[in-house]
Design a protein around this ligand. Structure first.
Ligand SMILES: Nc1ncnc2c1ncn2[C@@H]1O[C@H](COP(=O)(O)OP(=O)(O)O)[C@@H](O)[C@H]1O
Ligand SMILES: [Mg+2]
Length: 507
C-alpha cells in the first residue's frame, strides 16, 4: 500500500494550465490532407456520435468506470458517466467543491503527451487516465477514463480529509469504497481495448468520409468541365450566328446586284423574240428562246435567294387577305400544265364542293404550292400522276346514317391541302432534313433535276408564318406497286411517291 501524496503540491499540479497540443508532424498523412481537400482530419467529422456514445455506454456498463471522449479542441463528443457518491459528498462542502472543480478542469486540460497516456490523481485518492486518440499518426482527441479507485488505496487519504474543514472522516470512509476499484494493469487493458474499438470506428468513418469527398470532388470536376464545355459551345454559337448574319447580308447584296442586269437581259431577249430588232431566222429564234429560258431559271433562283435572306433577317412580310385556296391550286395547275404535258405526267386538281376561305397572302401561298407541285412533277417520271387535293377538317363527327340525316352541325377547323405524286419518293431518314435550306437528297442524283435545295425551306417558313404546318410521307396509294425502273441504281429512294400535307387551322 502506498501512502497518498501530499495535497499542496498536487493541487499546484492540478491547477497548472494544460500544455498546448504538440504541433502535428508532417508525414505521409499530408497526402490524406490533400485528399480531404486541405482540411486536417477532425474526430468529429470522422465518427458518428451515436456510435461513439454507444461504445462509451457499453464500456461503462462493463467496467463501471466513467468514460469521456473529447475532440482535439476540447469539445466533448460522447460520454457515459455516473455521479460518484464521494464526489457528491465533497461537492456539498465549500472548499471541497472548489478543489473538485480545479481537478476536473486540470484533467480536461491534461495532455497525454507523446506516449499517448497520462494519469491524473484526485485528492480523494481516485485516479483519472487520459489516453490520446490517434489516427494515422495524428492526435485527434483523447479519452478520459475515471475517476476510479486504484486497488492499492485502502484508506481515506489525508488529502481528502484536509480538503475542507467540514470533512467527516466516517462519511468519507463510508462513501469512498463505493467507487469502482480497479488495478492499474486492468485500466491499461481496458484503455487498450477501448482504443482498438475506436480505431475501427475511425477507420470506417474515414473511409466513408474519403468516399464522399472523392465523390464530391469528382462531381465538382465534371461540373467544371461541363461549364467549360458550355462556354465553348456558346462561344461557337455566337460565332456561328455572326457568320450566318454575314452570309445573309452577302446573299441579299449579291442577289440584288444580279437581279438588275438579269432584268435587262430578259427584256432585250423578249424584244429580240418579238422581232423588234428585225426578223430572226429559225435558229436565231431557238437560241433566243434558250437565252430567255435560262434567264427565267436564273431569275427564279435569285428570287429564292432573296426570299431566303428576307426570311432569315425576318423582313419578309405578308400581305394578308381572304384567300380561296382552291383558286390558288387551280392557278398552280394551269401554270404547270404545259410542263406536265411535255413530260408526260398527268396533273389533277381535286376540290370538295365547298372550301371556306382563309386569311393569308395569296401570292406567297401560290409560291408555296407552285414549289411543292414543281417538285412533284420534277421527281416523277413519265406516266406518273401528280394530284393537288384540298380537304377540310371538321369539329366533331357528323354521323351520316343510311337515311342521310346529319345529326350534328359541324364547323370546319382546318384546311388541308395535299400535293401527291407517284415519283421516286423520299427515304424516311431524309424526311426531317429536306426542309433545311440548301439540303437535297442524294446531291448527285438530284443534280440532274437541277434546283438549289432552297424551295422547301422557304415553303415551310411561309406556311408557318400563316400559322400552318407541313408534313411529308410516302404516297399510301402506291404501297406495294412501285415502279422500280424509275429509281436510279444505287439510290436510297423508295419509289413510293411522296405526299406533302399542308394544314392551316381555321380560327
Ligand atoms: N416530290 C418529291 N419527290 C421526291 N423528292 C423530293 C420531292 N420534293 C422534294 N424532294 C427532295 O427534297 C429536296 C429539297 O427540295 P427543294 O427544297 O424544293 O429543293 P430543290 O427542288 O431545289 O432541289 C430535293 O432536292 C429532293 O431531293
Ligand atoms: Mg424545289
Amino acid at each position: 500500500m502506498s501512502a497518498p501524496k501530499e495535497l499542496p503540491k498536487e493541487l499546484e499540479e492540478l491547477q497548472a494550465p494544460a500544455r498546448p497540443a504538440e504541433p502535428r508532424k508532417k508525414d505521409e498523412s499530408s497526402m490524406l490532407d490533400s485528399l480531404t481537400l486541405g482540411h486536417g482530419l477532425r474526430l468529429e467529422d470522422l465518427v458518428d456520435r451515436e456510435a461513439l456514445g454507444e461504445v462509451c455506454r457499453s464500456f461503462f456498463a462493463l467496467f463501471g468506470i466513467p468514460v469521456r471522449i473529447y475532440a482535439q479542441d476540447g469539445q466533448l463528443l460522447a460520454d457515459a458517466v455516473e455521479d460518484q457518491a464521494i464526489c457528491r459528498y465533497v461537492q456539498g462542502l465549500r472548499e471541497g467543491r472548489a478543489a473538485c472543480g480545479a481537478t476536473v478542469s486540470a484533467v480536461k486540460g491534461a495532455d497525454p503527451g507523446a506516449l499517448g497516456e497520462a494519469t491524473h490523481p484526485c485528492f480523494t485518492g481516485a485516479m483519472y487516465r487520459i489516453i490520446g486518440l490517434d489516427y494515422d499518426g495524428k492526435r485527434l482527441g483523447r479519452i478520459i477514463l475515471g475517476p476510479y479507485l486504484p486497488n492499492e488505496v485502502r484508506e481515506v487519504p489525508r488529502s481528502l480529509l484536509r480538503i475542507d474543514p467540514g470533512v467527516d472522516p466516517d462519511q468519507a470512509k463510508a462513501l469512498l469504497p463505493k467507487m469502482a476499484r480497479v488495478r492499474p494493469e486492468t485500466v491499461t487493458r481496458i484503455a487498450k481495448h477501448l482504443q482498438s474499438v475506436l480505431d475501427l470506428i475511425l477507420f470506417s468513418g474515414h473511409r466513408a468520409l474519403l468516399t464522399s469527398q472523392m465523390h464530391l470532388a469528382s462531381v465538382r470536376e465534371s461540373y467544371r468541365e461541363l461549364q467549360e464545355r458550355n462556354q465553348r459551345l456558346s462561344d461557337s454559337f455566337e460565332r456561328l450566328k455572326e457568320l450566318d448574319r454575314l452570309k445573309s447580308n452577302f446573299l441579299a447584296t449579291v442577289s440584288h446586284e444580279l437581279r438588275t442586269p438579269l432584268t435587262s437581259i430578259l427584256g432585250y431577249g423578249e424584244m429580240l423574240a418579238e422581232g423588234i430588232a428585225g426578223p430572226l431566222n429559225a435558229e436565231q429564234t431557238e437560241f433566243v428562246a434558250t437565252i430567255r429560258d435560262k434567264g427565267e431559271q436564273l431569275l427564279s433562283l435569285i428570287k429564292s435567294l432573296l426570299d431566303q435572306s428576307k426570311l432569315e433577317s425576318g423582313t419578309l412580310s405578308l400581305k394578308m387577305g381572304d384567300v380561296a385556296i382552291g383558286n390558288v391550286l387551280k392557278d398552280v395547275a394551269s401554270t404547270l400544265m404545259p410542263a406536265c404535258l411535255r413530260k408526260g405526267v398527268e396533273l389533277e386538281v381535286e376540290l370538295p364542293p365547298y372550301v371556306p376561305s382563309m386569311r393569308g397572302d395569296a401570292e406567297r401561298l401560290r409560291q408555296v404550292f407552285l414549289n411543292l407541285a414543281e417538285n412533284a412533277v420534277k421527281f416523277t417520271a413519265a406516266g406518273g400522276l401528280v394530284r393537288l387535293v384540298v380537304e377540310t377538317e371538321q369539329s366533331g363527327t357528323a354521323p351520316d346514317d343510311d337515311v342521310g340525316f346529319v345529326l350534328f352541325a359541324t364547323r370546319p377547323t382546318a384546311i388541308v391541302a395535299r400535293v401527291e405524286d407517284t415519283g421516286i419518293g423520299i427515304p424516311a431518314s431524309e424526311r426531317g432534313r429536306i426542309f433545311d435550306a440548301f439540303y437535297q437528297v442524294d446531291g448527285s442524283s438530284t443534280r440532274e433535276h437541277g434546283g438549289t435545295g432552297l424551295g422547301l425551306s422557304i415553303v415551310k417558313r411561309i406556311v408557318e408564318m400563316h400559322g400552318g404546318s407541313i408534313a411529308v410521307g410516302a404516297n399510301p396509294a402506291l404501297e406495294g406497286r412501285v415502279d422500280r425502273k424509275s429509281i436510279p441504281p444505287g439510290s436510297r429512294r423508295t419509289g413510293f411517291g411522296s405526299v406533302f400535307t399542308v394544314r392551316f387551322p381555321l380560327p
